[in-house]
Design a protein around this ligand. Sequence first.
Ligand SMILES: [Mg+2]
Length: 338
Amino acid sequence: MRDHLAGGYDLVIFDLDGVVFLIDKPIPGAADAVERLRAGSTSIAYATNNASRRAAEVAALLTGMGVSAEPAEVLTSAGASAALLADRLPAGAKVLVVGAEALRAEVRDAGLEPVASAEEEPVAVLQGYGPEVGWRILAEAALAVRAGAVWYATNTDRTLPSPRGPLPGNGSLVAVLRTALDRDPDVVVGKPQPGLFTTAATVAGARRPLSVGDRLDTDIQGAVGAGMDSLLVLTGVSGPADLLAAPEDRRPTYVAADLSGLFRGAGDARVPAPGDTAGGWRVTRDGDRVTLDGSGDPVDALRLLCGVTWDGVAPSAIEPLSSEAGEVLAAWGVRTPG
Ligand SMILES: [Mg+2]
């Protein structure tokens, strides 16, 4: 079956949280999607901004959830940062590491020397999320950067998902140093920079990669920057209202409710949907007046409406004609019910 969405690609690069699992539980259908891709000879990669686990740990975590994964298929921002530093610095160069033990281990394995004090005169500071990061190491990092060390951040995600709600992510810890130093990091390695995606494609020898993610501001923007097609799944952070309002550099090629969209027709997921009808929905546009009529799969209505909102019409200006249209617009939070 070549006419399904994934059939047009030789590599699928998955984001993890919000796509394959939610915090600590697999998303229903994820394990099955990975197996179906493998059976169809599509390569798999997992790309994560989280720098607190090593590739082998991530692969073990996925396998423990029933999702098959090899360490070589996993790219973390920790591994990518260490590889980048090893590429730019002489072997044995001192790097002040702010982050988890996994990040220190990556730096060590890349042939560099992780240090914890500015007194050691590190040539670079590498900052990634770690639950034990505190004032002391941040102070050493501030001193080292002020003394001329190049400041690298594994990623700048402001939050980390948790069962208790969003918690401060590496972007929030980077903000501490940003405030103290009154400047930005010199290099940010993870998404939305395209590096994780381009590395995944190179490693797999892929010519037609597809990136799958749940966040427009990291996964989708990174894919756009890497020149790759992308699929937004609505199982994580970004929702319909975010997609309707997405700026040009954060617009995916496809949208689907979940990973089962990989195995339906590509035309049924393309965004915006061509024409003025999709599924049971119809959009009419008269200047800035836009109406939505009909009923059916809400994702089809979303694909149609992106055609008008990406063209400059405010989502709040969309008028529902059917009660189903009123319900989906209210559910997305772009219109008050009633
Ligand atoms: Mg995610």
